[in-house]
Structures are given as C-alpha cells and as structure tokens.
Ligand binder design. Structure first.
Ligand SMILES: [Ca+2]
Ligand SMILES: [Ca+2]
Length: 371
C-alpha cells in the first residue's frame, strides 16, 4: 500500500488520514490482520520529507503498526541520491527495507538501463542486511524525455530479477503497471509513434533543462558483415529532428561513424524538421575489410544548458553489408550496442506499442514465471 508524502500535496493527498502517518500505520496494520496479502506499506517520495519523518516520528509510526502486526513491513520510497551517509546512519535502522525507484540518477530518464547494475551493487554494499525493492517505471516519469517502452521496462525488470537471484535485491515492485484494460496507460495514443515507418526508430535525445558538455555523445552501434564480392557498399537511412535553421547551430550534431570514424554529419539545425534521406558511400573505406562497426550518434559539439532535441533515425538500407532489423522494429537488436559517453545524451530504440499494457503484461509474466 502506498501513502503520499507531505511534499506531494500539490498533486496528491492520501485520504482519509492525510499526513497523519501514525494513524496510517495503525490502520494499515489493522487492515493487514484481515488481509494477509497486505504485507507492507510505503510512503512515496519519503526521502524528500525527512523534516516530517524524523527518527522520533518514524519510531512512533512503526511502534503503532508493530503493536498490531509485528510482521507488517514499512518500506518507504527513497531515490538513489538520497542514500546519504546521514540517511543510512539515522533512518535505515528504523526501516524494514526501502523501495528504490530506478531513474538513472544523477540524470532523469526512462530509456537508459546501463547504470542499473552499478547502482544496485552500490546499495547492496552500503545497506547490508537491508531489503531493497527495485521499482522500474512502467508509467511515465514526470520530466523524463520519453515514456518507458515495453522493451525498457522488460530490460529493467530482467536485470532486477537477476539481482534478486544474486541476493542483491529483495524484490521488484512495478510502478503503476497498467494491469487491466480500464487502467490509465493501458493503450498509448498513435501520436506517441514517432517512427517514419512501422512502430520503431532510433532516438537520440538531450532533454529540456539538461546541461551537457562538448564531447558528450550517445550512439547506436552495430557490427555488420560485408557481403563478399559486392562492388558497392553504402548505408542509406532517414533522419529527422525538431530543429530548423531558426535555432542556434553548433551544438547538437547527428553523425554516422564507420569503425569509429565520422563518415557523415549534419547539425540538427540543418535540413528542416521533416524526414530526410541520406546515402553514405562506404565502398572505399571498406576496401579489403570483412566486417565493420557502423554507429549512428548524437554528438555535442558544444555544451548546452537547455536545448531539447530528439533526433530520429529509421528505415536503414544497407548495400553490400548485412544488418538485421534495419527498420528498428526490435529494440533488443539495438540495445546491446548503445554507447553513451560522458553524460545525459540519451539514445535508444524506441518501439511503440499501441497495446502497451497487454504487451508489457505478457512479457513481464514471462519473466516472473521463469524467475
Ligand atoms: Ca521503423
Ligand atoms: Ca533539423
């Protein structure tokens, strides 16, 4: 059971006991006596409200609950950056565990999964003996550039279950997983599909109000085989972004690299805002080679402080090269080759699912059945 914290009052207040958490503790404990599936409760955004949740107050809360049901767990929600040494010393001994929402801190994003294992291992080391429940965002996270996709939630959940098996997490709690057709977010609007064709595209993002530095980048790289005897080798693809010549140039640059060398690049302010096709001839550069790495990348030529961009790539055609999933319809084919350098420049295969809840539910059920 989740109860909102005082700092969330602008949007949400849990009723009827509002911000009286001692009464919440007592009433949830009472309810748990007749509902054995109610085994614990959390306060959302707890780590932002430590002026309310002083050690003395938390002791009152847990004493009220434990007097009724000793086994009811209090596992408040704490973000990665809130696990300070002071929090660990003062708060952790009072708690039965924590819910840890994964959002790629110090950034804020629901497309990038590569920092998850590091953060889980850090917490396991710093909070020995504490039950940590990882919470993947299945519902859009405010101020994140992109909604979580099916492939994203599946990847976070799969990694989390591996950490459960390794004893580094106590469990996984899905944040607002749409479970029934009547739930918010069960389907996604067609306007969420930003692919040129089909449902998927590569996406390269710098979020609003996000600082970057020169040299940061994020790329989607793929190993390709060369078709033997081909007279010509090239890659053509479609690209688009929301910036045109009216916006400042010299910051975000779209690139195609071959074996780490830039073969093509365009500033996002060029080419308007419609899908454009380009063909890059790689014949000479690949003379004598049998395999190669191609990479689509967003590169920061200069750092920005608040300059949103979402650059898409779709409908790749490889000539004289073998590349699977050129239409970017299968996120898993691309995820292993994502490379982020230096900071909050994001890239991902964004594959839209109209029936988000049904598709995600089926994939998660498969993961939990195998766990
Ligand atoms: Ca596509
Ligand atoms: Ca443009």
């Amino acid at each position: 059971m989740l109860v909102y914290s005082p700092s969330q009052a602008v949007c949400c207040v849990s009723r009827p006991y509002k911000h009286d958490y001692v009464t919440w503790a007592r009433e949830i404990a009472t309810a748990s006596k007749s509902h054995p599936n109610l085994t614990g409760w959390t306060v959302d955004d707890y780590g932002y409200d430590l002026r309310t949740f002083t050690p003395a107050y938390v002791k009152q809360m847990t004493a009220a609950a434990k007097a009724i049901n000793r086994s009811l767990k209090f596992v408040p929600t704490v973000y990665y950056g809130q696990f300070t040494d002071a929090f660990i010393a003062e708060q952790i001994p009072l708690l039965d565990g924590v819910v840890f929402p994964f959002r790629d801190e110090p950034h804020r994003d629901t497309s990038w999964t590569w920092s998850l294992s590091y953060q889980v291992k850090q917490l396991a080391k710093r909070l020995p003996g504490t039950d940590v429940y990882l919470m993947p965002y299945a519902h859009p996270l405010s101020h994140a550039a992109q909604k979580p996709t099916v492939a994203y939630v599946e990847a976070v959940t799969r990694k989390s279950l591996e950490h459960v098996r390794a004893g580094e997490l106590a469990g996984v709690v899905q944040y607002k997983l749409p479970f029934l057709a009547a739930d918010a977010g069960w389907t996604r609007p067609a306007t969420d599909n930003l692919a040129r064709t089909g449902d998927g595209r590569l996406s390269f993002v710098v979020q609003t109000k996000t600082a970057t530095e020169a040299g940061m980048s994020c790329g989607a790289s793929r190993q390709v085989k060369l078709t033997s005897g081909a007279a010509k080798r090239s890659v053509s693809f479609w690209h688009r972004d929301g910036r045109d010549t009216g916006h400042p140039a010299g910051y975000h640059v779209k690139q195609l690299l071959l074996n780490g060398r830039v073969m093509w690049q365009r500033d996002v302010t060029a080419d308007g805002t419609a899908w454009q096709q380009v063909t890059v001839d790689l014949t000479a550069a690949l003379a004598g080679a049998t395999s190669a790495t191609v990479e689509w990348r967003l590169y920061e030529r200069k750092g920005v402080s608040d300059y949103f961009v979402d650059a898409g790539v779709d409908d790749i055609v490889a000539t004289g090269l073998q590349l699977s999933d050129p239409g970017v319809e299968n996120a898993a084919a691309w995820t292993a080759g994502l490379v982020r350098k230096g900071g909050p420049v994001y890239c991902s295969a964004q594959v839209y699912h109209r029936d988000y809840g049904a598709e995600l539910g089926a994939r998660l059920a498969g993961l939990y059945a195998a766990a």
